[in-house]
Design a protein around this ligand. Structure first.
Ligand code: PPY
Length: 358
C-alpha cells in the first residue's frame, strides 16, 4: 500500500535527470525535508530512498512536536561520474521547478549532496525553501544544529546508562566525518570524550588527527569496544550482521535511515544495546530551521528547542522502559499519537461555540 500522500517524478527539463519529490504526510502541516543530490545504481533506488526518508521526516516532526509534515526530494544521479557545475545547477533548477509546482505542499532544505548555497539557487524559483544563507534571510547551514541535537541525544543516553549527562572520558566511535559528523566529533572532543573516528574518505583522517582521535576502518569503528557508537554517515549501517558484531552499549547519532530493516531495532534491544531512533536524534537541523524560519523563533529560542532533544530522548527511553518496549516502539507510538491527534484536514470545519447561535 502506498502510504504517501503524493509522489512526483519528473525528468528534469534541463538536466534530463530523474527528480523525485515524496510528500509522505501533511497531517501536522505542510511537508518539509531536504533535497538529496546523490548517486544511485538505478533511479528507482532514489525513489525508494525518497519514500523512506520522507516517512522518517513525518516521524521526526511529530516527535519533535513541530506542526510540519514529512517530505523529501531526490535528484537521482547515475552511479558513476560527477556533474560539472553547469549541469549541477540545471539539476537544482529542475528540482526547484518540481517543488514550485507543489505550491507550498512541500518545502525543501539541504541534505546529502546539497548546501545552503544550493538553497539560494532554489530560492530564485520558489519561496518554499529553508536554510538559504543568512545573508539572504535564511537560517543558513543546518549542520551545526543537527550536531548540537545529536549531542543532546547523546547526553540523554549517557544519563540513562551512566547516571550523568557528562561525556568527559566516555569512549565514543563516530562513523562518518561529513559536515555533521565532523562538527559533532569536534563538540565531543571539546567535552573530553575519547574518540575513535572513521570515514570512507581517507583524507578525513586529518580531522581525526587534529582531534587526537584514533582512526580505524569503517567496519572496525562500528564494532569498536566503546561505550557509544555514533552513526553520522549515509544510512543502513545497522544490519542483522553488524547488530550481532557491535560491542558498544548504545547506538545514537545524526545519520538518517540507520536501520537496514526495522527488525534490527529488536535485535539490538535483545542484545541489551540501546538504540535511539535516528529520526529523534537527527532532528536538530530541522528544529532550528523550522523554528526560526516558520515560527519566527529567536536564535536563543531555537537553540533551546534543539537542546530539548535531550528531554525528548529521555522521555522516549523512560516510556520504553516503563512499558517494556524498545525505544523504537516508544518513539513510533509517540509519533502515531501526535499524528492521530491532528485534525483531519478533509473533515468539514466544526462550528465554534457561540458562532451563529444568536
Ligand atoms: C533532515 O533533517 O533530514 C532534513 O531533511 C534536513 C532539513 C533541514 C531543514 C529543513 C528541511 C530539511
Amino acid at each position: 500500500m502506498l502510504e504517501h500522500e503524493r509522489v512526483v517524478i519528473h525528468t528534469g527539463r534541463r538536466s534530463r535527470l530523474p527528480v523525485i519529490v515524496a510528500v509522505h504526510s501533511t497531517a501536522l502541516g505542510p511537508a518539509a525535508g531536504g533535497l538529496r543530490l546523490w548517486h544511485y545504481p538505478d533511479w528507482r533506488d532514489g525513489l525508494t530512498d525518497a519514500l523512506r526518508l520522507s516517512a522518517a521526516m513525518t516521524a521526526k516532526f511529530a516527535v519533535a512536536g513541530l506542526p510540519s509534515g514529512g517530505g523529501k526530494a531526490v535528484v537521482a544521479l547515475p552511479e558513476r561520474g560527477e556533474l560539472d557545475d553547469a549541469r549541477r545547477r540545471d539539476a537544482l533548477r529542475d528540482a526547484a521547478d518540481a517543488i514550485a509546482l507543489l505550491d507550498g505542499v512541500y518545502a525543501t532544505g539541504p541534505d546529502v549532496g546539497t548546501s545552503s548555497e544550493d538553497m539560494a539557487l532554489i530560492g530564485e524559483t520558489t519561496p518554499h525553501v529553508f536554510c538559504r544563507p543568512t545573508a539572504l534571510g535564511g537560517s543558513g547551514d543546518s549542520s551545526p544544529h543537527t550536531a548540537q541535537g545529536a549531542l543532546a541525544a547523546l547526553r540523554a543516553v549517557s544519563r540513562r546508562l551512566y547516571g550523568t549527562a557528562c561525556l568527559d572520558g566516555r569512549r565514543l566511535a563516530v562513523v562518518g566525518l561529513g559536515r555533521v559528523g565532523a562538527r559533532l566529533a569536534r563538540l565531543l572532543a571539546a567535552e573530553g570524550a575519547a574518540l575513535t573516528v572513521t570515514d570512507v574518505d581517507p583524507d578525513k583522517r586529518r580531522i581525526g588527527d587534529e582531534l587526537g582521535a584514533v582512526w580505524r576502518s569503517p567496519d572496525e569503528t562500528l564494532t569498536a569496544d566503546v561505550d557509544i557508537v555514533v552513526p553520522a554517515a549515509l544510512g543502513s549501517v545497522l544490519t542483522r550482521r553488524t547488530a550481532a558484531d557491535l560491542r558498544c552499549r548504545a547506538v545514537v547519532g545524526p545519520a538518517n535511515n540507520q536501520l537496514a530493516t526495522p527488525d534490527v531495532a529488536d535485535l539490538l534491544h535483545q542484545r541489551g544495546i540501546l538504540w535511539v531512533p535516528d529520526y529523534v536524534a537527527s532532528a536538530g537541523g530541522v528544529v532550528n530551521a523550522v523554528s526560526t524560519e516558520l515560527h519566527r523563533a529567536s536564535a536563543d529560542e531555537a537553540r533551546a528547542r534543539v537542546r530539548a532533544i535531550e528531554e525528548t530522548v529521555g522521555e522516549v527511553l523512560d516510556t520504553a522502559r516503563r512499558h517494556g518496549r524498545t525505544p523504537a516502539q516508544a518513539a513510533s507510538e509517540l509519533a502515531r499519537r501526535r499524528l492521530h491527534a491532528a485534525p483531519d484536514p478533509a473533515a468539514p470545519p466544526t462550528a465554534s461555540p457561540g458562532v451563529g447561535t444568536r
